[in-house]
Design a protein around this ligand. Structure first.
Ligand code: HEM
Length: 820
């Protein structure tokens, strides 16, 4: 008996060892040897455990990035590392990466098995993220239209609403001397946006259901991370065992699946709807059909919708965290964003799609953040057909079947060969050329891959960019944070890249506050507490535009604001102030009390000649002054004369940037008088509203060497406006568009280049000028692509650049025209 048991034990042991060898060692060793024989450097092959202990130690000590950086320094841009039993080939070489990700090699690679094991328990197998081959192709084609800009435009109201809600909640606690965990806040906000965008009104109206979904998803994400860091998900057998938080994933997945099933059923039967005025992601999934007219089934719809939620929230959340970190530690970046937001979203303007397309600095900051802190720091692929990658004249690698490749985006984005001063945060490297509007060219098409590349690239990238811009601009518009001192901020690589130990001190240190058109009682409450914000040095208070209904609605506000507002604002401390609805007396108070003020954006409803008695505002360098009485029946405006303008500007000896818009006396339209006043100005943009009879005489005064050569400032006159160009030139045009006849610009290019939105109600029959900077095109007619190309530089149209689908769209128009 003993011998029998011993024999049986030995047999089981041998079988066990054989299985371990076969499953966990043989393939890994084969791949290691095949690559090692091609002189691929790397860590030595250690069966089963590989470099796990070093990795684990580095993770524990928060030095995982240093660990990887050291390996790159030692071995170069491709090398081998053992992740436990699995050999991984790391690649940081753009040409090789291109060979792996490009559509032409689609059939040679799949997502690795452990990638599928990680996500399958929660989102299933039949979705964009993990499906393969024909199933993926079909789904991608059906879902692509949901992410066209036309459909995404409808999502912007959802993004804005959710962001404002989140900021309101933060601000409503501002008496508490608390710190805010921004990581949690941004994660909750991006989750809320994608959940509302994917599932619509029903979840929004039933707060408890939304809470279940929003609480369960981070739990699942945390459990997945926990299991991945312990190699549970990487070994299929272990992944199935009820250990290491599997119960959390199972329970949460069931809860969410139940709710989502109900939402889909209700939407099919019209019992619930999108949150926006147009279709949301769920509507688009329900209406999508493949080339044979077959729609998705309920299971597929559920999986795709959950995939959007899962793939779209932590990624954008960690992007926002890193952006706020950058803003809090780089004053110049913060200032640049603030200036842009103040200009494009002046006076608390509600964000629209058109505004987002103009936020170029914000866009550049987002792109640079994604370079240094990519939310998805690694991409992985498994080779299923032997295949050669690399440069014929330099280095080539034959990739054996079953090799898992890790593309290290984090290191790629920091390679000195492709990025000038690679470790420096320099958003200007992404700014468009002011003349051509083009973005700078990358040093290599595969050196910047925050959203991946090829047929499996991020389908949600346009969504993510719009969302990040909405959140960034809204936070800049409405509040400001300061970094809690003494924190250790380190990139931490888990499923997504995020920061570790990230807490932000909240509102007792608030330096900047934006109050858009808020209710009077709330405004009163906030204003009466302003003195408690000891660090406040920037305030934006926009109390209604001059529309009839505002005045009808808020007589009390007018009284309130007139009577009390200025008594409550701590003018003496402010360095920046944006304020609307002001009289000349309010302006005088600002000049008298706000001695620290450096930047003022003010909207006046009246101006008089008594500016002579104003004191000097010696620190002001930036002024945006708008005088407007056009819709305001309560006030009359005296037009501003040049004498008053001179008296006024003499009170501002350090003024360098001046933007003016308003009705003026004819004597203000005198270029020669401005030469003395504007000599120290670096930027000067104006929009003088006035009637002019002898325009040629006036234009002549703006044609001196001072205007045309020293400053290179040009002006134009059209529709009773004498304005500087291109700042105040039209950005929207409808065909046929005629530039101003009267202008000092060397040619008409200025006007055509400034048009960003073009409407084409009919096919042009006359020759049109070539538009080079069109960002959105409204086609209301059938037109040949070739005709369109003679009018518009489509390759420069960022929409077209971002989305090849736009090209398809225009192409479809061409086909249609041919059929007609
Ligand atoms: C800053 C935000 C985001 C980043 C950095 C990001 C990054 C990525 C990357 C790198 C991939 C490619 C993965 C691979 O090649 O293996 C990817 C795929 C994907 N992303 Fe995103 N993503 C973001 C936001 C979003 C959003 C908002 C959504 C949904 C609304 C989304 C949905 C997806 C989906 C469905 C895939 C799989 C596409 C396919 O395989 O066909 N992502 N993402």
């Amino acid at each position: 008996m003993f011998y029998f048991l011993l024999n049986a034990f030995v047999v089981f042991l041998l079988i066990g060892l054989f299985i371990i060898y076969w499953k966990l060692i043989r393939t890994a060793k084969r791949i290691y040897d095949a690559l090692h024989n091609q002189h691929v450097p790397g860590k030595p092959f250690v069966p089963i455990i590989g470099q796990l202990s070093e990795l684990y130690q580095a993770h524990k000590n928060d030095t995982i990035i240093d660990f990887m950086t050291n390996i790159v320094q030692k071995y170069g841009y491709y090398f081998l590392v053992g992740f436990g039993p699995l050999t991984r080939l790391f690649i940081i070489e753009p040409k090789m990466i291109g060979d792996i990700l490009h559509r032409s090699h689609e059939q040679d690679y799949i997502k690795p098995a452990d990638f599928v094991t990680i996500f399958e328990p929660f989102i299933g197998k039949h979705n964009l993220l993990v499906s393969e081959g024909a199933e993926h192709d079909r789904a991608r084609k059906m879902i692509n239209p949901a992410f066209y800009f036309n459909n995404l435009k409808a999502m912007i109201s959802i993004m804005v609403e959710q962001t404002n809600k989140s900021i309101d909640e933060l601000l409503s606690n501002f008496n508490n001397q608390q710190t805010v965990d921004l990581q949690k806040e941004f994660s909750a906000l991006t989750l809320s946006i994608i959940v509302s965008g994917a599932f619509g009104k029903q979840l929004e109206n039933q707060g408890d259901l939304k809470a279940i979904v929003c609480e369960s998803i981070p739990k699942v994400a945390a459990a997945i991370e926990y299991r991945t860091m312990r190699m549970i998900n990487q070994v299929p057998l272990l992944a199935k065992l009820p250990i290491c938080q599997k119960h959390i994933i199972d329970q949460c997945s069931q809860d969410i699946a139940r709710i989502v099933d109900q939402i889909i059923a209700d939407r099919r039967e019209g019992r619930s709807a999108s949150l926006s005025s147009s279709s949301d992601l769920l509507d688009l999934l329900l209406s999508a059909v493949d080339s044979e007219g077959i729609p998705f089934n309920d299971q597929e719809i559920k999986e795709h919708a959950l995939t959007f939620v899962f793939a779209g929230h932590e990624t954008t959340g960690s992007l926002m965290i890193w952006i706020s970190y950058i803003l809090m530690t780089n004053n110049n970046v913060l200032r640049a964003c603030q200036e842009e937001v103040d200009r494009i979203l002046a006076n608390g303007t509600q964000i629209t799609y058109e505004h987002l397309t103009e936020l170029n600095v914000c866009e550049a900051v987002i792109q640079e953040t994604l370079r240094l802190y990519p939310s998805a720091p690694f991409l992985s692929r498994e080779c299923i057909h032997e295949h050669t990658i690399g440069n014929e004249n330099d280095r080539q690698l034959l990739i054996p079947v079953d090799t898992t490749i890790i593309i290290d985006i984090y290191q790629l984005h920091r390679r000195a060969e492709f990025w000038h001063r690679p470790l420096e945060f320099d958003y200007t490297r992404w700014l468009r050329d002011p003349i051509t509007g083009l973005k700078p060219k990358l040093s290599h098409p595969f050196c910047y891959l925050p959203f991946g590349a090829g047929p499996r690239n991020c389908i949600g990238q346009n969504f993510a960019m719009l969302e990040a811009k909405v959140i960034l601009a809204s936070f800049i518009q409405r509040c400001n944070f300061e970094l809690e001192p003494g924190q250790k901020i380190i990139p931490d690589i888990m499923v997504n890249m995020r920061s570790n130990h990230f807490q932000i001190e909240q509102l007792n240190r608030l330096r900047s506050l934006t109050l858009p058109d808020v209710k009077t009682d709330w405004l009163q409450h906030v204003l009466s507490n302003l003195d408690k914000l000891e660090c406040l040095n920037s305030l934006s208070l926009v109390t209604g535009e001059y529309t009839d209904n505002v005045y009808r609605r808020s007589d009390s506000m007018t009284n309130f604001t007139k009577e009390y507002r200025f008594n409550m604002i701590p003018l003496a401390r402010l360095r920046q102030l944006t304020i609307s609805n002001c009289s000349i007396n309010d302006l005088q108070k600002i000049f008298t009390e706000a001695s620290q003020l450096q930047s003022l954006n003010i909207h006046l409803y009246s101006i008089s000649q008594n500016v002579k008695s104003f004191p000097t505002l010696s620190r002001l360098t930036r002024l945006i002054l708008k005088i407007d009485n056009k819709n305001n029946p309560l006030f009359t405006t005296n037009v501003l004369s040049m004498n008053t303008m001179e008296l006024f500007l003499w009170k501002l000896p350090r003024l360098r940037h001046f933007v003016f818009s308003g009705k003026v006396h004819i004597d203000v339209a005198n270029g020669q008088r401005w030469e003395i006043l504007a000599i120290d100005l670096v930027t000067f943009h104006f929009n003088f509203q006035l009637e002019i009879d002898r325009i040629n005489d006036i234009l002549e005064s703006f044609c001196t060497p001072f205007w045309l050569e020293n400053k290179r400032w040009f002006v134009a006159y059209k529709d009773h406006r004498l304005f500087s160009i291109p700042y105040f030139a039209d950005t929207i045009a409808s065909f046929p568009f005629y530039p101003p006849v009267h202008s000092t610009a060397p040619d008409d290019r200025f006007f055509f280049q400034h048009i960003k939105h073009l409407q084409l109600p009919e096919v042009p029959t006359v020759d049109l000028h070539f538009f080079t900077h069109i960002e959105t095109l409204e086609l209301r007619c059938t037109i040949l692509l070739t005709t369109l190309q003679t009018m518009i530089d489509l390759s420069r149209c960022p929409l077209a650049n971002h989305s090849p689908d736009i090209f398809r769209w225009i192409y479809r128009v061409e086909l249609f025209a041919t059929v007609v």
